[in-house]
Design a binder for this molecule. Structure first.
Ligand SMILES: [Fe+2]
Ligand SMILES: [Fe+2]
Length: 295
């Protein structure tokens, strides 16, 4: 078994050598999780509840899209990184899905949203995407979404970041663990894409489709939860709108700045070396582990 301190970071050209580490975790949120767990703001909470919904099935798409090229990868290091990427994404999905029980107990009907999301995104749009762009289409979407998660993860770990301040401890640690692993594996899907289709066209199309899909499904999830939240009053919505829209203005601006990096022809996820940001957290003992495995 390797310790997280031993993560390798050697760069050769534009391909990363960072080896992600798969951690079998066991977060327990408990039924005492407040209904509006995201800083008391109902809108921000339902936005983030929607994130809990899109991650597990979205991460299954990531896994399928990378696995579709598993036999074509010759580079032994990249093969190992792909295995670790899959292991991490499986574990992320399991942890986010656990939280669905809390959403269910709050009467928010997560299952209804999951069913609709799956049908539209993965039974209809994904096969259509493969038809139009070939199997590198979903991979390009995955690489683009990994850019989003890496940017958001880096924001969470930046000095003085208040992104997760005030959240229930277990939720905060779960989100930070997920964010840290997103940083560890941020270049894996991108490196596979570069090996199988190096064109700017597929990279840019992937980002356009990913951006449209991500925000459409997240805001749909948010509306689903608001509609099913029987305790949510109009007064509470009106009260929470300003903070939801403008509370993270700095964050939204930074996401946009970094997002456009992706369109550069010579962009690589490791252009921003952010591994050192997460080391303290990974070694802090705040991740409840069943076991820790090397990649
Ligand atoms: Fe993930
Ligand atoms: Fe990821």
């Amino acid at each position: 078994m390797k310790n997280s301190n031993t993560m390798q970071m050697q760069e050769t050209g534009k391909s990363s050598k960072t080896m992600p580490i798969v951690r079998r975790t066991d977060f327990q949120h408990g039924s005492a999780t407040p209904r509006y767990w995201f800083k008391g703001n109902a809108l921000a909470t339902h936005f983030n509840n929607a994130m809990h919904m899109v991650f597990p099935d979205g991460e299954q798409l990531f896994i399928r899209s990378v696995r579709a090229f598993a036999n074509e990868i010759q580079d032994e290091n990249l093969k190992e990184r792909v295995k670790a990427f899959i292991g991490q994404e499986v574990q992320h999905g399991l942890e986010h899905k656990k939280f669905w029980q809390i959403l269910e107990s709050q009467g928010l009907k997560p299952g209804d949203f999951a069913k609709w999301f799956n049908q539209l995104a993965f039974e209809n749009l994904e096969p259509l995407g493969i038809k139009v762009f070939g199997k590198s289409g979903p991979l390009a979407v995955t690489a683009a979404l990994e850019h989003y998660t890496a940017i958001m993860a880096e924001m969470a770990f930046q000095k003085d970041s208040e992104l997760f301040e005030g959240l229930p401890e277990e939720m905060k640690n779960m989100l930070l663990w997920h964010a840290a692993e997103e940083i560890e594996h941020k270049a894996v899907a991108f490196d596979v894409l570069k090996k199988v289709d190096d064109s700017d066209y597929i990279k840019i199309m992937g980002m356009l489709v990913a951006s449209a899909g991500l925000w459409f499904f997240v805001f749909s999830g948010m509306l689903h939860f608001m509609r099913n939240d029987k305790e949510l009053s109009l007064a509470k919505i009106l009260q929470d709108i300003p903070d939801f829209l403008f509370g993270q203005k700095k964050l939204a601006g930074s996401i946009l700045d970094r997002l456009f990096d992706y369109f550069r022809s010579d962009f690589h996820p490791d252009d921003h070396n952010s591994l050192e940001l997460v080391q303290n957290f990974l070694n802090s003992g705040k991740i409840p582990l069943k076991e820790k495995l090397s990649a």
